[in-house]
Design a binder for this molecule. Structure first.
Ligand code: ASP
Length: 321
């Protein structure tokens, strides 16, 4: 594997190998010295041309924990804000001897374009391209579900996962549907018809418009952010009505099974798709998702750049040193 561009490209075995490697990486993050020497001397560029908090700092922390040199590059403050093209940016990064580029961009397909451009020799990791995919978010979500509900090993066979809300604009939803179904989970998309993409019937998921009817069946409930910045039309009458039919609130929380978990990729619109009470409840694993993101991204960087899956012995040597 040279690049991580979409979940679609990953085999079942590759997906599981990333989750298993992330499990080992979590031991490093939980240890006293949160660092492995594995990527010493490698240069990784964080090319974030669209806003991000969690994903950007998570990749930075992951690269640093593997001892790589990290260059952070954002649109604001760079020549991209002067209109420089992705091609010229790519040539500049290549000239600096970059081993991997982590790219976030508002255009769907930008990561694929960069990976296959003649100006890029290194690995490319998609950190979110438009409304297309966000593969590392799906991997960290699968890791979190596996850890809480499947004993931290194997696949997600038989798990029932509900993904609720603005599926139309969500790269997180698309990547999750592809990955969770690949790993054996049953996925149901719960949304108003206006927030479902054309062709959703061909996705490996079922669709429901009735949130209350689905909740009691779910093992994991994943709420999506209403992506107002991508909306150039009216998709629901009022925020109040959206929250009433598709928001997670105290009444709906009581319908959830005893051990089910609540997830959200962040950033949250508290009071719209999820109330503060639910976001901060004991069932919520939202903050833990952020923590798991670092381990998963360490695993991805390790597998792409160090090219080996013999991580357990390296971690043992460090943790026991
Ligand atoms: N942070 C996620 C993303 O970049 C989810 C969101 O923005 O709603 O896609």
């Amino acid at each position: 594997m040279k690049h991580l561009l979409s979940i679609e490209d990953l085999s079942y075995e590759e997906a599981l190998s990333i989750l298993d490697t992330a499990h080992e990486m979590a031991r490093v993050s939980d240890g006293p010295v949160k660092k492995l020497p594995t990527l010493r001397g490698r240069t990784i560029v964080n090319l974030f041309l669209e806003d991000s908090t969690r994903t950007r700092i998570s990749f930075e922390a992951a690269a640093k924990r593997l001892s790589a040199d990290v260059i952070n590059f954002a649109a604001k403050g760079s020549s991209v804000s002067k209109g420089e093209s992705l091609k010229d940016t790519a040539q500049t990064l290549q000239a600096m001897g970059t081993d991997a580029v982590i790219i976030r961009h508002s255009a769907s397909g930008s990561a694929h374009w960069l990976a296959h451009s003649p100006w890029m020799n290194g690995s490319v990791i998609n950190a979110g391209d438009g409304t297309h995919e966000h593969p590392t978010q799906a991997l960290l979500d699968a890791f979190t579900i596996r850890k809480h509900l499947c004993g931290g090993a194997g696949d997600l066979g038989g798990m029932n996962v509900g993904i609720v809300g603005d599926v139309l604009h969500s790269r997180v939803a698309r990547s999750n549907v592809l990955l969770l179904s690949k790993l054996g989970a049953n996925v149901v998309l719960i949304a108003p018809p206006t927030l479902l993409p054309v062709g959703v019937e061909s996705w490996p998921a079922t669709v429901s418009y009735d949130f209350n009817r689905e909740i009691p069946k779910l093992d994991a409930l994943m709420m999506l952010r209403v992506q107002q910045e991508r909306m150039n039309d009216y998709f629901f009458p009022t925020s109040r009505e959206y929250a009433q039919y598709f928001g997670l609130n105290r009444d709906r929380l009581t319908l959830l099974k005893q051990n089910s978990i609540i997830m959200h990729p962040g950033p949250m619109n508290r009071g719209l798709e999820i109330t503060a009470e639910c976001a901060d409840s004991a069932r919520s694993v939202i903050v833990e998702q952020v923590k798991n993101g670092v381990s998963v991204r360490m695993a991805v960087l390790y597998l792409l750049l160090a090219g080996s899956s013999e991580i357990a012995s390296a971690v043992n040597a460090e943790v026991n040193a």
